[in-house]
Design a protein around this ligand. Structure first.
Ligand code: UD1
Ligand code: CA
Length: 453
């Protein structure tokens, strides 16, 4: 059985923030959220989250989630942090210790680490760095076996030359952890209870410490300040971008692309620069996304073109549609195939039937449009009376003239025609023509008003 302990009590002083460090975001999710996801993927029986600075904020972020929050009221060191959840661990578990501020760790890396944990062995994730400054150094004996970790501040000159460092991630049997944690002391340069001192204890007890390594050093990079946060964000985004390129998707510039969630894309889809994808987004095949689009929790089907500067949220866009430029598709819209939304069109809770067009400067909200409807420029569905929202229903092949106001609730029958500038307040039957405006009068010799002296 696997239990995961995630250390997340630190303040993260260098972030210069009121928020605890682990709630700062990478790809739109808190750092600790990435770590929690890995723990869940490993099918951990229990996940213990050690919180301290800003504990309430962390609890609030994950309210209702099945995590065991353990409070470390004073941050007396990484060993002390793990001690806080000792009583919550089952004796026969394997325990994996992760850091809440190391977001890019991969599942496969953790699996290899867990695999080395046996009755008489424990696992330690280490990495070789060109610049090991700041990290705990891995001390190996003449046979190459790990015998200790020495913290930067406690290391002598010779030890400071060691390039293999402690990532902080380790895996061991709970019964070992429980036996050894009470033996830690804070007799060191920082006056802290170091988790890293477990290594020497293990060796003394005849438990071999087996080092495993991640595929890349980014996986074990911790975030300490906003500069490192921005660096990791780009590393994360680049990996997704490369993956998409390999799948046969065109990204005009992989460095100007952001995925903050999950993006599934079909072949031959083309994504221009500065697009942001949030939540779960599905793009079909041969879709074209223009520059500067923001797309969240939506599906866009095959052969659809989304022009520049379009925003789409919680909606479904069918195949062969055209949307934008500068369109805003708000939640709960559904466009059937071949539908078209043009520039400066806003839609909300709207169903746009097959081949229907809303080409310019409109607001279509709480509306149900049939097929091949044409909505003229500047048409507004007046869906709100100041207290309640109402539905506008428009039948197949209706033609709405420019600058019309459709005051909901209102029903317009199939093939009706609405003359430009109408204010439609009552239902229209099939094929009727509606003229609802003052009739034009042409007055000869009209004298314009003049300014009073
Ligand atoms: C630790 C390791 C060091 C390793 C480095 C990798 C120890 C003694 N040293 O050092 O060998 O190279 O990580 O980044 O373990 N935390 C708590 N409570 C505490 C102290 C820390 O929850 O009382 C959490 C922090 O929030 C952070 C993590 O533990 O997520 C690491 O703490 P940090 O102070 O950054 O440890 P380092 O000194 O970097
Ligand atoms: Ca650190």
């Amino acid at each position: 059985m696997l239990e995961v302990v995630i250390l997340a009590a630190g303040k993260g002083t260098r972030m210069r923030s009121r928020k605890p460090k682990v709630l700062h975001k990478l790809a739109g999710r808190p750092f600790v959220g990435h770590v929690l996801e890995r723990a869940e993927e490993l099918k951990a029986e229990a996940i213990h989250l050690v919180v301290g600075f800003g504990a309430d904020q962390v609890r609030a972020e994950y309210a209702g989630a099945p995590f065991n929050f353990v409070e470390q009221t004073e941050q007396l060191g990484t060993g002390h942090a793990v001690q806080q959840c000792m009583d919550d661990l089952k004796d026969d578990s394997k325990v994996l210790i992760l850091y809440g501020d190391v977001p890019l760790i991969k599942k496969s890396t953790l699996e290899s680490l867990l695999n080395v944990v046996k009755e008489k062995t424990m696992g330690l994730l280490t990495v070789k760095l060109k610049k090991p400054h700041g990290y705990g150094r891995i001390v190996r004996n003449a046979n190459g076996k790990i015998v200790a970790i020495v913290e930067q501040k406690d290391a002598d000159k010779e030890q400071l030359e060691i390039r293999e460092v402690n990532t902080g991630v380790m895996a061991l049997n709970a019964k070992h952890l429980k036996a050894w944690l009470p033996r830690l002391t804070n007799n060191n340069a920082q006056g802290e209870y170091y988790l890293t001192d477990l290594i020497e204890i293990a060796v003394k007890e005849g438990v071999e410490v087996v080092g495993t390594q991640p595929d890349s050093k980014h996986e074990v990079a911790g975030v300490n300040d906003r500069k490192q946060q921005a660096e990791l964000e780009r590393i994360y985004q680049e990996a997704i971008a490369i993956d998409l390129l390999e799948q046969g998707i065109s990204l005009v510039d992989p460095t100007r692309f952001d995925c903050r969630g999950r993006l599934d894309v079909g072949a031959d889809t083309y994504i221009d620069i500065n697009c942001i994808f949030e939540g779960k987004v599905v793009l079909g095949e041969n879709v074209e996304i223009g520059p500067n689009c923001f797309i969240k929790n939506s599906t866009i089907e095959d052969n659809t073109v989304i022009h520049a500067n379009t925003i789409i949220e919680d909606s479904h866009i069918g195949s062969d549609c055209t949307v934008g430029p500068f369109a805003r598709v708000r939640p709960q819209c559904r466009l059937e195939s071949g539908a078209k939304l043009g520039n400066f069109v806003e839609t909300k809770k709207a169903h746009i039937g097959k081949g229907s067009k809303v080409n310019h400067l409109s607001y279509i909200g709480d509306a149900e449009l049939g097929e091949d409807v044409n909505i003229g420029a500047g048409t507004i569905t007046c869906n709100y009376d100041g207290a309640n929202k109402f539905l506008t229903t428009i039948g197949d092949r209706v033609f709405v003239g420019s600058n019309s106001a459709l005051v909901a609730p209102v029903f317009i029958g199939a093939e009706a025609t609405i003359g430009a500038g109408a204010v439609v307040t009552s239902d229209v039957a099939e094929k009727q023509l509606v003229i609802a405006r003052a009739h034009q009068k042409n007055i000869d010799g009209w004298q314009r008003p003049v300014k009073k002296k």
